[in-house]
Unconditional design. Structure first.
Length: 163
């Protein structure tokens, strides 16, 4: 098995050394030293300077994606706070699922808004409409919901801590 993995390299055709000090000497000039072939790298093309129109389109796209991100951050904070009061009457596990469904519905609304922004995205970036700021949205929504719920209900639960 070892021979198979080493088969792609050529064997060295130099004479064996007779003494330990001989290995430090340079090979004679008349003998050629075989060097294993390495992978050939293809020359890379030099980056082309973008046209002013391409730069303007890119900055417009980045500006709209940035706007979408901050829209989702703001909506996460507002919706997380609203969920505390909207689902006050629902008890137990149903409150949690109702709040998560509310979070998903608000996020779907931001997708509709993003499509209305008419962003000119290449086909490779189409999923950015959905993925832009999704992590921040989810965690900020949940964080805000938990913190506001805790603050609103802190007086009604006897925890042994005086506030």
């Amino acid at each position: 098995m070892l021979e198979i993995s080493l088969a792609k390299f050529k064997k060295k055709k130099s004479k064996p050394t007779e003494e330990p000090t001989d290995s430090k000497k340079e090979p004679p000039k008349n003998e050629s030293v075989d060097i294993p072939e390495t992978e050939k790298t293809e020359p890379t093309e030099e980056p082309k300077a973008e046209s002013p129109v391409g730069i303007a389109e890119k900055s417009e796209k980045d500006r709209k994606l940035n706007k979408l991100f901050w829209l989702r951050v703001a909506l996460a904070v507002l919706a997380g706070t609203a969920a505390t009061f909207i689902f006050e009457d629902i008890e137990g596990e149903d409150r949690r699922w109702a709040s998560i469904a509310f979070m998903i519905i608000i996020f779907a609304g931001t997708i509709v808004v993003a499509k209305g922004m008419k962003m000119q995205l290449p086909s490779s970036d189409r999923k950015k409409i959905v993925t832009q700021g999704i992590g921040s949205y989810v965690f900020l929504y949940l964080f805000t919901w938990i913190v506001t719920y805790t603050i609103v209900h802190s007086g009604s639960v006897s925890s042994g801590i005086n506030l």
